[in-house]
Design a protein around this ligand. Structure first.
Ligand code: PLP
Length: 412
């Protein structure tokens, strides 16, 4: 096709942490003629999607919303529909995405108390607890955090954060960016008493980019009545008015909704607990490979290691990255020579990391392809390691820790 990069032979494998591979059944479901979004039977598509999204978020009481947008707009939906200019939020920055949400909050006129944290760490709960305990006048209206910092491969403890908020009896809303965690790793909207969860379609939901997918608690929903941040396209009230009858306030991307229908079916058929367990197993195998290569993760502690993305740390000036260019070289060789996409280091960690995404439609075989291609790219880039050590370690891990859900299915 004119202008399109040919990926033949084989295909370009996506091991950046999003967009992720689209399952064939999802792809096929989207490849349908355009539909009338005001057709009388359109609600038969929309209402069950909104109902079943609750099962993905693990909520009975939350209200999901779908915007034709991306995760970034989801951040704005969360803040603008609940807060007013000058309201104070408490957040932490420990990577590019937690930085961007902080930046967005400031740019829409909120006051931000920032806990600046070393990249590679996650949310430092004690610091949040202290800041909330010191907030005697309850000026902080929302605690705003990134569950899975995709830039550094760091997952934070949201259940622990909620516990700390409750211990100091702080009434702030809990807003969580789950763009690279929801529909992949453990995320429990009701149990963790999350007030707003933000996600996007191109990661755990295994779709093209184009949908911001959110969930609001009753408490967060009620705050739209007092929120004075300016909003129009991103106003949840227009969705509330139309979603109840199975419609949208404007033309929705119907083909993406067709794909979302099937993606949700796949997730629920596997079962959310099995989805979480699969991501953990795959991540453990990838981490076994990284360890066997003699390399380190950007995540500074095992408690923060992400099950959706591993950021591999190549210290500039070290034997494996003497000129600070090796991480980019691995990514470039992987792409041009072996036809796979890895994640690059962003801003503060540019040139220091390359990232392997292991979320979405993946199994051992796909991840083995990624590890094999990374090994070849590292050989070509002159990284010192024993070829085969990583793939061998991952094979050992995955064969001695088989996918239990798959075994049960076979027995039936
Ligand atoms: C954790 C996280 N939050 C937010 C975003 C922004 O989402 P989008 O690019 O869909 O606007 C990303 C994108 O990768 C992300 O990883």
């Amino acid at each position: 096709m004119p202008g399109q990069k040919l990926s033949f032979p084989g295909r370009n494998y996506l091991f950046a942490p999003g967009p992720t591979h689209i399952p064939t059944v999802v792809q096929n479901a989207m490849n349908v003629p355009m539909e009338d979004h005001r057709a009388p039977d359109f609600p038969e598509l929309v209402k069950p999607i909104l109902r079943d999204l609750k099962k993905v978020f693990l909520t009975k009481t939350g209200t999901p919303f779908i915007f034709p947008a991306t995760g970034t707009a989801g951040w704005e939906v969360a803040l603008a529909n609940t807060l007013s200019p000058g309201d104070k939020i408490l957040t932490s920055r420990f990577g590019q995405f937690s930085h961007l949400w902080y930046d967005l909050a400031k740019r829409i006129g909120l006051e931000v108390e920032l806990i600046d944290t070393k990249w590679g760490n996650g949310i430092e709960i004690e610091k949040f607890k202290k800041a909330l305990a010191n907030d005697k006048d309850k000026k902080i209206k929302a605690v705003v955090v990134c569950h899975n910092e995709t830039a550094t491969g760091v997952t934070s403890d949201i259940a622990g954060l909620r516990k700390a908020m409750d211990q100091v009896k702080h009434p702030a809303l809990l807003m969580v960016d789950g763009v690279s965690s929801i529909a992949s790793v453990e995320f429990r909207f009701d149990k963790w008493k999350v007030d707003i969860a933000v996600s996007g379609s191109q990661k755990g939901f295994m779709l093209p980019a184009g949908l911001a997918i959110l969930c609001f608690s009753k408490k967060a929903l009620a705050m739209r009545k007092t929120a004075k941040c300016k909003r129009c396209f991103l106003d949840i009230q227009d969705h509330i008015n139309t979603n109840k009858d199975g419609f949208f306030p404007y033309t929705p991307p119907v083909n993406l909704l067709r794909g979302l229908r099937v993606a949700i079916d796949l997730l629920l058929e596997e079962g959310m607990e099995n989805v979480f367990a699969r991501h953990k197993r795959l991540a453990n195998g990838v981490r076994a490979a990284i360890k066997a290569w003699g390399l380190k993760l950007a995540a500074s502690s095992p408690k923060w290691q992400s099950d959706t993305v591993s950021a591999i740390w190549l210290e500039p000036g070290s034997k494996n990255n003497p000129d600070g260019k090796k991480a980019m070289e691995v990514i470039s060789i992987a792409y041009h020579t072996y036809n796979i996409s890895l994640g690059a280091g962003l801003t503060q960690v540019a040139g220091k990391v390359f990232r392997i995404g292991h979320l979405g439609d993946n199994n051992e075989t796909r991840m083995m392809a990624a590890l094999g291609a990374v090994e070849m790219a590292m050989i070509d880039a002159g990284i010192k390691f024993t070829p085969g050590s990583g793939t061998g370690a991952a094979a050992k891990y995955w064969t001695s820790n088989p996918n239990k859900a798959l075994k049960k299915k076979k027995k039936k």
